[in-house]
Design a protein around this ligand. Structure first.
Ligand SMILES: [Zn+2]
Length: 144
């Protein structure tokens, strides 16, 4: 999760919403993808940290599916990212802050609990929640 926070801090420095994500192989500890949000930089509404980290890992393994890998992200994934996580067949998702406004794991659509979700990872929230919340708060405070 520390690596995900480092990516979130780098995203903030680029003027992006500070969210970071890392894809890890728990068997080896190898990091296969690490990214922060780049929606502004790339003019791409899909360039969320989770999507970018999943793309890197899939490219590194030359596979569209990543069974057995885990994702760490500093904020509860949105509906789009929850969909990407499901399609990637990730094993576990660990996220830091809950996002009652935009999250889709424990809020809103609760994507992984829907019958139309064909692969649901084990998802665990609240890891380093205070740290993630402070990062987001400072970022939005500076922008106002
Ligand atoms: Zn997202």
């Amino acid at each position: 999760m520390d690596l995900a926070f480092a990516e979130a801090e780098k995203a903030a420095a680029r003027g992006e919403v500070p969210v970071g994500a890392v894809v890890v192989d728990p068997a080896t500890g190898r990091v296969l993808g690490a990214a922060g949000n780049r929606t502004e930089e790339l003019s791409d509404p899909t360039a969320h940290a989770e999507v970018l980290a999943i793309r890197q890992a899939a490219s590194a393994l030359n596979s569209p599916r990543l069974p057995g890998l885990d994702l760490y992200v500093t904020l509860e994934p949105c509906a789009m990212c929850a969909g990407a996580i499901s399609f990637a067949r990730l094993r576990r998702v660990y996220f830091a802050a809950y996002d009652p406004k935009g999250g889709a794991v424990d809020h809103g659509p609760r994507f992984f609990q829907q019958p139309t979700c064909h692969h649901a990872p084990h998802a665990y929230g609240g890891f380093g929640e205070a740290r993630a919340a402070a990062l987001l708060r400072d970022f939005f405070k500076d922008r106002r």
